[in-house]
Design a protein around this ligand. Sequence first.
Ligand SMILES: [Zn+2]
Length: 273
Amino acid sequence: MLYLNKKIILGVLIFLTVLIFWFVLEKENQKAAVIFLDVGQGDSQLILLLGDVQILIDAGPSANISAKLSQHLPFYDKDIELAILTHPHADHLRGFISIFKDYNVKSFMFSGANYESRVYADFMLALKSEGSKVYLARSGNAVSYQEIPILKILAPLRETWAKNFKEIHESDIVSQLNLADKKFLLMGDAEEELESALVTSNAITDVDVLKVGHHGSKTSTSENLLKIAKPEEAIIQVGRNSYGHPTPLVLDRLTQFGVKVFRNDQVGDVIYK
Ligand SMILES: [Zn+2]
């Protein structure tokens, strides 16, 4: 009996040692990263910062986002410090409903523009019961980490709260992420008109990586934008779809500008560490 107890105690000690060792190793392996999650036809970008701080921009079209996040977040971390919805189309929005169930979203940023859809109405109820601190995005705002502004909000350029838009992409949140030595321009579903307004207002500067607007639709990624943004690499968040995304027009244009393209439908998650 005494012998059995000793064996059990030894087993528990070995288990605890392995657990602590693994936990320390996992902490040491943590690096800041930007991950363009493969969520099928839709958008989702996960920004991992040291100290278990996460920013999630859009949540893709389905509940699969929760499983996706669990691949990249430590098992013990169920907090998302900031979530951002670029605009209320379902392929960017629907995943948030399961995120609210599985994670604690501390802060939420969106445009608050009017938009009629069942999924957006469900989302608004879920956001309210989540109790996140809500921020409205506006150009000139910035999100800081350790007192350094790392995410600059470039659009919307005007007030969006409770406003009606003829085309909801006009209310889209465009941002620039500066992390380590890389600059990422995150377009959401911005189209040519908004791109051009951003170029005209000098909001666009030279970046390293472009998250291509609207899944490579022909209505986005104008020459005007590429000339100023001068990205070396572009990410197209796209899955199987019937819209013809990404269009050959945009792919050719990116090639002409010498931009190396990574597509979620071809390579899965795209990770910058
Ligand atoms: Zn959209």
